[in-house]
Design a protein around this ligand. Structure first.
Ligand code: 5AD
Ligand code: SF4
Length: 449
């Protein structure tokens, strides 16, 4: 019997990366690889990296240093190598820098070429026996990787499904158009097939993924171009799927049929992540967001008219070059006005090659820190207030995870709030009615009714 090679995959960054990491595992399994949770006994270690902010990139280089120690120790103790691969967005953007700073890395590849992993690893294994060889694959291939990804044989109760990738919007702070390439939408038939398959193996909820997911414009099953709104109607017909979500959206791509979908489709959860980044028109314009704060507020209003119970989350960047105290105040004002129930907020991080990084009006680090603290204070207050409104209510929760304490499980409400409950994993995959007893900053606690 051949011994399975153990592969360790570490994902950084966004949900798209988590999806890619799962697909890498699915790709490798039929080729004699199994997944291991720790690098200690791995034959192959893959870092599936994120390039969005400097911090994420630093983490990759420090993790690489640790893997190198492990690799050297392994070779010294057992004369057995560990192949180190850097995939994902740092791989795509920093191929040359990685091979310079970390010459022990055996393979570098980007998010659009990982469907060739089995073939690339097979080439490398020749190397182990012979001379040192390194593979760097950061081309954007002509074929779509989606045509080569295998059908998974297992799924989470709450599954990701990538429907769109890449970005043509070129916000001035962002690396995504360079790391993920230009916008691509998968054909609707492929997506519907994958969604049906996921439902047939136990998925109850799917989150459609894309860097500009509402910019989806794939080939429909009638041969015409379909929007996200149109696609949602077909996905909602799939038996077994009870909840549908999509992320991440851009305000410019809110089209009529998407509002209609929110109005008509009960399975579409009443919670939308719609990043606004800033509440100042001056900064929105400088960021190249192509909309004003007012236009964003109108979108929110229109969505509320379509689905009264809808709630919102957003991403924010503080300390964008040229941001004044007044601009920052306008961001806080927009936050209060919308009443976001959840949000991610970041200090602006200059990224080489993006227009904003070259601006001379960079905001000092201490100012960014102060603004971030103030913004997060507002956001946390809103989030807690929303969580507290749930106390006493009975909500439907999909349980799918073990909690920290034994006999504690965690599930999600329609609004993505985590609910903890005393119970065991036999309840996973069920939608249960839970009476909420406590609302905290980041979670709710309740009891089954
Ligand atoms: N600095 C800080 N935050 C950033 N984001 C994207 N690029 C940067 C950057 N250079 C944030 C945005 C985006 C989220 C995914 O990451 O808020 O919506
Ligand atoms: Fe990070 Fe963006 Fe790449 Fe996701 S797409 S891994 S957020 S750089």
């Amino acid at each position: 019997m051949t011994v399975l090679q153990k592969v360790y995959i570490k994902n950084y960054g966004c949900q798209m990366n988590v999806y890619d990491g799962q697909k890498m595992a699915d790709l490798l399994k039929p080729h004699g690889y199994c997944i291991t949770e720790s690098p200690d006994d791995a034959d192959v270690a893959i870092l599936n990296t994120c390039h969005i902010r400097e911090k994420a990139e630093h983490k990759v280089f420090s993790d690489l240093g640790r893997l190198n120690v492990l690799k050297k120790d392994r070779i010294a103790a057992e004369a057995r190598d560990m192949l180190i691969a850097v995939g994902g967005c740092v791989g795509q953007a920093e191929g040359a820098e990685i091979t310079r700073q970390a010459p022990y890395v055996d393979m570098v590849f980007g998010p659009q070429s990982y469907h060739r992993l089995p073939e690339m690893l097979a080439q490398l294994e020749h190397k182990v026996k012979g001379k040192r060889r390194r593979i760097v694959n950061t081309e954007f291939p002509v074929e779509s990787k989606f045509d080569f990804l295998p059908v998974p044989d297992e799924t989470q109760v709450s599954a990701f499904l990538s429907i769109q990738e890449g970005c043509d919007k070129f916000c001035h702070f962002c690396v995504v158009p360079y790391t993920r390439g230009s916008e691509y939408s998968r054909p609707a038939l492929q997506i519907i097939k994958e969604a049906k398959h996921l439902a047939s193996i136990g998925a109850k909820e799917i989150t459609l993924l894309g860097q500009n997911v509402n910019g989806y414009h794939g080939e429909g099953i009638d041969g015409k171009e379909w929007s996200l709104g149109r696609l949602l109607y077909d996905l909602a017909e799939i038996d077994g799927l009870k909840r549908i979500r999509y992320t991440t959206s851009h305000p410019l791509d809110m089209h009529d049929d998407l509002y209609n979908a929110h109005r008509d489709i009960d399975k579409l959860m009443p919670f939308l992540h719609l990043p606004v980044q800033s509440g100042s028109n001056k900064i929105l314009n400088a960021m190249n967001r192509k909309h004003t704060a007012d236009e964003y507020l109108k979108i929110i209003e229109r969505l509320r008219n379509a689905r009264s119970e809808i709630a919102f989350s957003s991403d924010f960047i503080v300390g964008y070059p040229g941001e004044s105290d007044q601009d920052h105040k306008e961001t806080i004002a927009l936050v209060e006005r919308v009443g976001f129930i959840q949000a991610y907020s970041f200090k602006y991080s200059p990224r080489t090659g993006t227009p904003a990084s070259a601006l001379l009006t960079q905001v000092p680090e201490n100012v960014k820190s102060d603004r971030l603290a103030e913004l997060q204070n507002s956001l946390n207050t809103l989030q807690l207030a929303f969580n507290e409104t749930m106390v006493g209510k009975i909500v439907e929760v999909l349980f799918d995870r073990q909690g920290k304490a034994p006999q504690q499980i965690i599930g999600k409400t329609p609004y993505m709030q985590s609910v903890t409950l005393d119970g065991d994993c036999s309840l996973f995959g069920n939608f249960l009615m839970v009476k909420i007893n406590n609302g905290y900053n980041n979670s709710l606690a309740g009891e089954l009714i």
